[in-house]
Write a protein that binds this ligand. Structure first.
Ligand code: HEC
Length: 125
């Protein structure tokens, strides 16, 4: 039985059919779209198409936000940076961002849950 293969197997050059190909270099390595550094997931190509024209995708990959936070960033860019109306794509883009770049997902392979933080002791002598 080979189910969920498509969804889980993003490591090779397999890209879910749903994704529309928009750029020449679609190489995905280790679940990362090599050219942009964005996580390969549903909605990736919409994000590439709408979100990498004015600035590097690093602004996305180096940020984390909740759904509300991402919508706020988008609204801010729309109000002040001439970002266009994302129309029907907005939902897919926000879902992609929330799923892959939310505060709980600082590292996909290293979920922060379960890590025991300890306090650095200051002035210990
Ligand atoms: C029309 C141009 C334009 C487009 C398209 C655009 N942005 Fe931006 N964005 C900007 C500008 C300008 C800044 C400010 C850059 C800076 O401060 O260096 C920015 C900043 C950001 C920041 C940093 C915000 C912060 O608070 O530091 C993020 C995150 C971001 N954009 C994400 C996105 C996402 C996601 C999309 C796609 C939905 C997108 N951008 C599309 C113009 C754009």
């Amino acid at each position: 039985m080979v189910k969920n293969l498509q969804k889980d197997n993003l490591n090779g050059d397999q890209i879910p059919e749903k994704m529309v190909q928009v750029s020449d270099n679609e190489e995905i390595r280790d679940s990362i779209h090599v050219v942009t550094g964005l996580i390969a997931d549903e909605g990736l190509n919409l994000v590439i198409a709408h979100c990498t024209g004015c600035h590097s995708a690093q602004l996305i990959t180096q940020n984390r936000a909740t759904k509300e936070g991402w919508v706020r960033v988008i609204r801010w860019m729309q109000e002040t940076q001439n970002l266009w109306d994302l129309g029907e794509s907005e939902e897919a883009i926000v879902n992609y961002l929330t799923k892959n770049y939310s505060p709980e997902h600082w590292g996909r392979r290293m979920p922060l849950k379960g890590i025991e933080w300890y306090e650095l002791e200051e002035g210990e002598n």
